[in-house]
Design a protein around this ligand. Structure first.
Ligand code: AHR
Length: 514
């Protein structure tokens, strides 16, 4: 057993947890929308065609904001195709994913679905094939109350009240040569600035996200952000960061260190944004929107073969199946996001259903929780209030990809209102238990409310339609609190949650009911 220590003290805080850190992403891609969230013939479908079993799981997941409609898809999208009577909507070629787009779901349906899922919509505009005018038109359609052609069109289409969408992405990954309408950093920076300024004339209270790099391995990473922000710094509120972590070809030890890479990526984007702010002598500080992150078995994604297939609707695309190692890495990525709560204001796990997703479905059949569902759901449910600076001390191990990496990844939150303290921890060791000892003297009036661990004897175990509960958090009986010290044993390759509550509070359970 390897020892590890940390301290929990409300005097040392990183920043407040923004609920939007627990965002997700629904792209018109593969089966995320069609036979994912929308399937009118499904036995659980509501009168609007939304799958009830998926809505139940999305609410349980606790996602707070959902980005839509892409992704690469948005860079060729005409939003007008997706409004009005369904039988008059055009079928189009979706060039991004070589699919047929029926347009049965558009912005009005998505916003209605968000209401039922209890999430906030986060809308992207097309800055690939389109520009300022179309972005402003979509905003007028969505947010202007009434009395103009587009707001009255929305009302005629059944949405009497404005959709009131606050957060808007100014395009998607326009640094990527694969992106329809790919641009240089200067071209995109100018377009983002002008689009933002025009959109704010329609609605002054928007929160706008400029596209950062598609990932940190892009040759233009950081240079792209610098040039883009030089043009649009004062017009936007966030710069985006996208990063996926690929288990294919990596050792489990290396892959389990992915959170270190996300830490560095966030730090690099923050440093670049602040550098531009300093050059511009601006007092504003931009936040980062990590609006695509996840584990993605990307090396298995055979694009040439995919590109040869016929044009079809709702093709199965990148429906990765996740195991315990993936769940531990997702836990670590969530810890990294929380650790940067002072600068990361939005984060969206990509995606929500079927496409590299925590929720999987079969058409006409079951919906189930993948292993990665659980760390997200627990963090979204329990990480409230302020993130604490916990300063873990533990042995490190050597990795090819990330250098020396601590065996323990951990963060904690303290909710001043309820008094609850939540410790989130990942044991990255593939062989050893960690014996974590936490100094909790600052929470002397607290008691242990529960501890769970997610692991399995075989860390390659996955969930499936036939065996949906193979991997789930279980109570961890090896957690104890006495004399201002919390001790808990963390199994190898595990995601862990420990909760302390004031003695006066009733005990909340940490186990999820089915
Ligand atoms: O999430 C899948 C794709 O990954 C998105 O469409 C794109 O933005 C990213 O490259």
């Amino acid at each position: 057993m390897i020892p590890a220590t940390l301290s929990l003290d409300p005097a040392f805080r990183v920043g407040a947890v923004d609920a939007r850190l627990f965002g997700s992403f629904a792209e018109h891609m593969g089966r995320c929308v069609y036979t994912g969230i929308y399937e009118p013939d499904h036995p659980t479908a509501d009168p609007d065609g939304f799958r009830g079993d998926v809505l139940d799981l999305v609410r349980e997941l606790g996602a707070t904001i959902v980005r839509y409609p892409g992704g690469n898809f948005v860079s060729g999208y005409r939003w007008e195709d997706g409004v009005g009577p369904r039988d008059e909507r055009p079928r189009r070629l979706d060039l991004a994913w070589r699919s047929l787009e029926p347009n049965s779901v558009g912005v009005d349906e998505f916003v209605a679905w968000c209401g039922r899922a209890r999430v906030e919509p986060m809308m992207a505009v097309n800055l690939g094939t389109r520009g300022v005018a179309d972005a402003v038109d979509l905003l007028e359609y969505c947010n202007y109350p009434e009395g103009t052609r587009l707001s009255d069109l929305r009302r005629a289409n059944g949405a009497k009240e404005p959709h009131d969408i606050r957060v808007w992405c100014l395009g998607n990954e326009l640094d990527g040569p694969w992106q329809i309408g790919h641009k240089t950093a200067f071209e995109y920076g100018r377009l983002a600035a002008e689009t933002a300024r025009a959109m704010r004339k329609v609605d002054a209270d928007l929160e706008l996200v400029a596209c950062g790099s598609s990932n940190t391995t892009m040759p233009t990473f950081a240079a792209w952000e610098s040039t883009v922000l030089q043009e649009c710094y004062d017009a936007v509120d966030y710069v985006s960061l996208h990063n996926y972590y690929d288990p294919v070809g990596a050792t489990a030890e290396d892959f389990l260190a992915s959170g270190v890479d996300l830490d560095r990526a966030i730090d690099a984007v923050v440093a670049t944004a602040d550098h531009v702010g300093a050059r511009l002598k601006s007092r504003r500080r931009l936040k980062v929107s990590v609006d695509e992150w996840n584990v993605w078995y990307q090396a298995n994604w055979n694009e040439p073969e995919h590109a040869r297939t016929d044009w079809v609707e709702a093709r199965r695309l990148i429906e990765d199946t996740y195991d315990v190692v993936d769940a531990a890495v997702v836990g670590s990525l969530l810890i990294s996001l929380l650790r940067h709560a002072d600068r990361v204001g939005i984060a969206c796990q990509a995606q929500l259903v079927n496409v590299i997703a925590p929720i999987r479905t079969e058409p006409g059949g079951a919906a189930w929780r993948q292993t990665i569902f659980h760390p997200f759901a627990q963090a979204a449910a329990f990480a409230r209030g302020d993130v604490l600076r916990v300063e873990p001390r533990v042995a490190t191990y050597d990795t090819d990809g990330h250098g020396e990496v601590p065996l323990l990844d951990a963060t904690a939150t303290h909710d001043e209102e309820s008094g609850a303290v939540t410790l989130l921890a990942v044991n990255r060791s593939t062989t050893d238990e960690l014996e974590l000892s936490a100094d909790v003297r600052a929470f002397a009036d607290h008691r242990l409310a529960g501890a769970t661990t997610l692991t399995a004897p075989d860390v390659r175990t996955t969930n499936s339609a036939e065996n949906p509960h193979a991997v789930a958090p279980t109570d961890n009986p090896r957690a104890h609190l006495a004399d201002g010290r919390l001790t808990v044993v963390l199994p190898p390759v595990s995601w862990n949650v420990v909760r302390l509550v004031p003695n006066t509070n009733p005990a909340p359970t940490l186990s999820k009911e089915d």
